[in-house]
Ligand binder design. Structure first.
Ligand code: GLC
Length: 634
């Protein structure tokens, strides 16, 4: 049962697909204060809060303040309030009664969940215009299902996208990419995708390929595909300002870029230097930009990742001018402490400055809207542009698509990766905790940069991370420019890495089946234990073990120098300690707490009673797997 309450005059965000007529009165539990632009409810001692999709901290969101304000934020730390996404869906659950809520509002929203007052949950708005949905159900899984019916079916990628992908910001030439493929091949480690980061482009211009670095790109795409590798290029939100560059020229001529108050196109800067931002909220501009992916699909490309679409802004021309003026004013003065703070603030406030998001406007199909009012839709609509275009431009192919920024609704067009994490053990744990919340919001095709993006990855961290990521639908090793190289062939124990990636491939029949079920049935592929074991209070506080599909539970090791961990079993299960698809120990473990050994190269998989785990024989590529010849462990 879903009720909708409308406050003010909300814009249609495109998040929901079901029409629900507005109810009168107040939503259950929440007190509305229109003057203060806030909603409030009490948090009882037993209340847990699940949801909010891609955020920092735990599966239970209680005890922090989260802000929906899509941010180019590479510091995924406890003290932050926003990451790249705004997923305003949550469930309040006291173990007996639960209720779901979705705040459909495209601008800034704050979820103060027992932060200002430990017993209060306050939702604050900048603009009190929202559709507020209340979803009843007997248990979280039922609420999630109803919510997902409301927002429409999740994106279904091609099956090869469940293979392993290698990425690094720094591959510059066709030979760099050939080398990655060759080294994986030499070691016999399965690989399906190599990602192309910004350096494949000519001067970072979208939909161009640098002809010196990639002579005869079409043939190169074919050469790699013939060897079982799909190339996945990045597409950035900003379009380089350059005379003669067709996308720039067309965008200007047809008014497809975001404009300032005075009607001129906003000039911002990202990788290419100065750029304009396509107005993805405008249907015509969206169609135009979507059709541009054809440049690459026509030469055989079958997948993309959309980036910098919060949008990230290094600076705007206008703000930079103000910064320089400020600095000149200070130039020959002695800076006292306050002067120094002011100076530092000027410099540190250059990128992603809140003021810059108020400098430009969208033509939201006839309605002029200032960007900050609809900020959280930008990445969604960029990905929508691509998702809507694919059936037009590549009707015979299923195209892989995932994005960095997102809002609920984008889950129909693509998946997400969780952005610029670090090679930290704490970020492996964060990855584990983020997955169920992302699934609640409809983002099933998701995963993190395995091994961590920023900082230097160690061999043991990579191995433990692979042991978790082998269960995430999106399974990609990616790292930042300047960090230690972390392709699996860079490390010593390549045999264990091969065994582990092969195990992922052996599990693909299971992963794909359970993923498809989650999409078709509007259910969750990753679930916290308490979503299934409602009568077991111990499960409420377990956030480092997950249910994956209907048949298994996993308990990843996420601490350095550990050769085991405590695991809680809500019931007796068959435990597999797996080193590879055909080398594992089996043991029945009884319900309760156990310390379980898991050496660095061992993955713990627990089969739930009455369930079977299918495995196939691994292959170098998903296309070569035999999905019908399965062995079952039960
Ligand atoms: C952003 C992306 C990252 C990418 C980099 C260069 O930081 O999040 O994945 O490697 O840009 O394109």
């Amino acid at each position: 049962m879903i009720k909708k309450y409308t406050f003010g005059n909300p814009l249609k965000t495109g998040a929901v697909v079901l029409e629900i007529s507005p109810s009168e009165g107040s939503p259950a539990g929440f007190e509305i204060n229109a003057k203060e632009k806030e909603l409030k409810t009490g948090l009882s001692k037993d209340a847990y809060v699940y949801g909010l999709g891609e955020t920092i901290r735990g599966i239970n969101k209680r005890g922090w303040i989260y802000r929906s304000n899509n941010a180019d934020e590479p510091h995924h730390e406890e003290g932050k309030n926003s990451l790249y996404a705004s997923h305003n869906f949550f469930i309040l659950d006291d173990g007996k009664n639960c209720r779901g809520y979705f705040v459909d509002h495209p601008g800034f929203v704050e979820f103060d969940i027992g932060y200002s007052d430990k017993d209060l949950f306050t939702i604050r708005f900048e603009d009190f215009d929202a559709d507020f949905y209340e979803i009843e159900g007997n248990e979280p899984k039922e609420i999630v299902r109803a919510f997902r019916e409301l927002i429409g079916k999740s994106y279904m990628p091609p099956i090869w996208a469940f293979g392993y992908g290698q990425s690094r910001w720094g591959y510059k030439t066709a030979d760099d990419i050939r080398e990655v493929n060759n080294r994986y091949k030499e070691l016999g480690i399965p690989l399906d995708m190599i990602y192309m980061d910004i350096d494949y482009m000519q001067d970072f211009k979208d939909f161009t390929v640098n002809p010196k670095r990639f002579p005869d790109f079409e043939n190169f795409v074919k050469e790699m595909k013939d060897d079982g590798i799909r190339l996945i290029p990045i597409i950035d939100a900003g379009v380089k300002i350059e005379k003669g560059y067709d996308i720039y020229e067309e965008g200007v001529a047809q008014n497809y870029f975001c404009k300032k108050e005075d009607g001129t196109n906003l000039v911002a800067a990202v990788w290419p230097g100065k750029v304009h931002f396509p107005d993805f909220l405008n249907t015509k501009a969206r169609e135009w930009f979507g059709d541009k992916y054809k440049t690459l699909t026509d030469v055989g490309i079958e997948g993309f990742w959309n980036d910098m679409n919060e949008p990230a802004i290094f600076y705007t021309e206008d703000h930079l001018k103000e910064v320089f003026e400020g600095i000149h004013e200070m130039e020959n003065k002695e800076l006292d402490i306050w002067g120094f703070f002011q100076f530092r603030g000027l410099i540190e406030g250059i990128a992603n400055n809140p003021e810059d998001y108020r400098r430009f406007f969208h033509d939201f199909d006839g309605v002029k809207v200032r960007h900050d009012k609809v900020h959280n839709l930008y990445g969604f609509y960029m990905t929508r542009a691509a998702g809507e275009a694919f059936p037009r431009i590549a009707p015979d192919k299923k195209i892989l698509m995932f994005s960095r920024a997102s809002y609920i609704g984008m889950h129909r067009y693509g998946g997400v990766w969780t952005g610029d994490n670090m090679s930290w053990w704490s970020h492996l744990l964060l990855n584990i905790k983020q997955m169920p919340s992302l699934n609640m919001a409809g983002f099933i095709y998701s995963g993190a940069d395995t091994g961590g993006f920023g900082c230097d990855c160690t061999e043991d961290l990579m191995m433990r991370w692979i042991e978790f990521s082998m269960f995430t639908p999106l399974f990609r090793n990616h790292a930042a420019l300047g960090t230690r190289e972390q392709e699996l062939y860079q490390f010593k124990d390549s045999e264990s890495f091969r065994n582990l990636v092969e195990l992922r491939y052996a599990l693909i029949p299971y992963i794909y089946r359970e993923f498809t079920k989650a999409v078709e049935n509007n259910s969750m592929y990753f679930r916290p234990l308490f979503f299934d074991y409602r009568n077991d209070d111990r499960c409420r506080e377990i956030e480092d073990q997950l249910l994956v599909g209907d048949s298994i539970m996993i308990a990843p090791v996420y601490e350095q120098n550990k050769t085991g961990r405590y695991v809680y079993l809500p019931e007796d299960m068959k435990m597999l300690r797996m080193r590879s698809y055909n080398d594992y120990d089996e043991e029945v473990v009884t319900a309760g707490d156990h310390y379980i050994k898991a050496e660095l190269n061992e993955v713990l998989v627990f089969i739930r009673p009455g369930q079977k785990l299918p495995l196939t024989k691994p292959a170098r590529h998903v296309d070569d797997l035999n999905l019908d010849e399965l062995t079952f462990i039960s």
